[in-house]
Design a protein around this ligand. Structure first.
Ligand SMILES: [Zn+2]
Length: 416
């Protein structure tokens, strides 16, 4: 019978998406000594928002740091993993060193492993000819082991590694079987980001929770005190995505643990995400430039020049955009303008011009002013030329009419 899970408000908000709601998949209990630094119980939950599966533990990053500092099981070179002193561990570490070498052929690249334990991977890389290697671990004993092999070592936590390295930049950061232990995942990945130079690579490997059931070892074995994050390829990619990394490629493998069994692991190679590049907008500019060319060709210069020459009595019909533009950009003000005319009664008024007296009419009149007029009417309207022409004729048939609006013939969609 399949157990139905219940939703809870999380003690530890989702370390990937910060959601506060999760479904309880399992409650794991331990009997621990009184002075033990980690909790004796936690729920294994699935985030309701991003699906990430992890331990909803009641303690924080500082408690885990203290635990790993004081109770590390990785110091002992014989029993602790990560030193490569037994055959299976050596094979596991060799595979990682191979992947690093494949993705980083430059032997002088600045490589740092955060959570290096006894430095097994770094030693293998040194043997391959890599010359610029640094290991970071919480345990002083581990760092002693690392430096005794001529590799730079720094004691400290992943949550603090950027500060510890004091602005030093690296070309390659290795995080092998570390982040499944880390409480503050985003904090840790941001610290690693700060360590990385512009084109640097992050190698991130963890147990592959998507295959726990395919590699069944022991009941509840994966829900141990230290493993508090259970990744699949998607959630591993997601933690990179929320900390500004983009995936270059991912791989799945089985890693030897002992003579009896292997563990599934998943890794992702990340690079710093490229800042969003805005695509260049070109179409509007292209059309605007063509439009300006058409506009320049279509000016009313010749018609207006003729009206200036004759100084015939002129009525400008239309007190809108077109008129204002022509007054400012052509010789229209040099014509003998008797009045401006507009059908809009709100526009009909006396005008005052800024910048002193102008020689042109200072009045916008109603069309009826044309009844007793002689001379010429110039129609300055883009949309209503025909209507205005008919209107003028109905008021005073003897007036000469000039139309300035000739733009439509350049419209590709204009059918005369
Ligand atoms: Zn989530």
């Amino acid at each position: 019978m399949k157990k139905t899970s219940k939703t809870k408000t999380l003690l530890r908000p989702c370390p990937i998406c910060d959601s506060r709601q999760g479904e309880v998949l399992h409650t794991q209990k331990f009997l621990v000594p009184q002075e033990y630094l980690l909790p004796a119980e936690y729920d294994v939950v699935a985030c309701t928002k991003c699906g990430f599966t992890y331990a909803d533990t009641s303690v924080g990053q500082q408690d885990y740091n203290r635990y790993y500092q004081s109770q590390s099981i990785y110091e002992d070179k014989k029993t602790g993993r990560g030193s490569g002193t037994n055959e299976h561990d050596l094979k596991r570490l060799s595979e990682i060193a191979e992947e690093v070498a494949r993705s980083c052929p430059d032997k002088t690249a600045r490589i740092i492993e955060v959570g290096c334990a006894n430095g097994g991977i770094l030693m293998l890389l040194k043997r391959k000819g890599y010359t610029n290697l640094t290991g970071v671990d919480l345990s002083a004993k581990c760092i002693e082991n690392v430096t005794s092999h001529g590799i730079a070592g720094v004691q400290g936590a992943i949550s603090d590694v950027g500060r510890l390295l004091n602005g030093q930049k690296f070309d390659y950061v290795i995080l092998s079987h570390i982040v499944e232990h880390v409480y503050d995942l985003r904090g840790a990945l941001r610290q690693c980001y700060d360590l990385m130079d512009k084109d640097a690579t992050l190698y991130l490997e963890v147990p592959d929770a998507a295959r726990y059931s395919d590699f069944y070892i022991d009941p509840y074995h994966h829900f141990n005190i230290e493993h508090i994050n259970h990744f699949d390829e998607v959630s591993l990619t997601n933690i990179g995505a929320v900390t500004n990394f983009s995936k270059r490629y991912a791989g799945h493998k089985t890693t030897p643990v002992s003579a009896d069994y292997t563990w599934p692991a998943v890794f992702v190679l990340f690079e710093k995400a490229k800042p969003l590049e805005l695509p260049l907008s070109t179409e509007a500019r292209k059309s605007i430039e063509a439009y300006l060319e058409l506009s320049a060709k279509d000016s009313c210069t010749e018609i207006i020049a003729e009206l200036v020459k004759t100084q015939e009595e002129l009525y400008v019909f239309g007190a809108g955009n077109l008129t204002y533009r022509l007054l400012a950009t052509t010789d229209l003000p040099k014509c003998n303008i008797k009045a401006f005319i507009d059908n809009d009664s709100k526009k009909q008024r006396k005008l005052t011009y800024g910048g002193g007296k102008m020689l042109i009419s200072n009045e916008i009149c109603a069309p009826k002013v044309l009844a007793g007029a002689t001379g010429t009417v110039v129609i300055c309207s883009v949309q209503f030329t025909q209507e205005i022409e008919a209107q003028i004729k109905s008021i005073n048939e003897s007036l000469k009419i000039v139309k300035l609006n000739r733009t439509l013939k350049n419209n590709l969609n204009y059918a005369p």
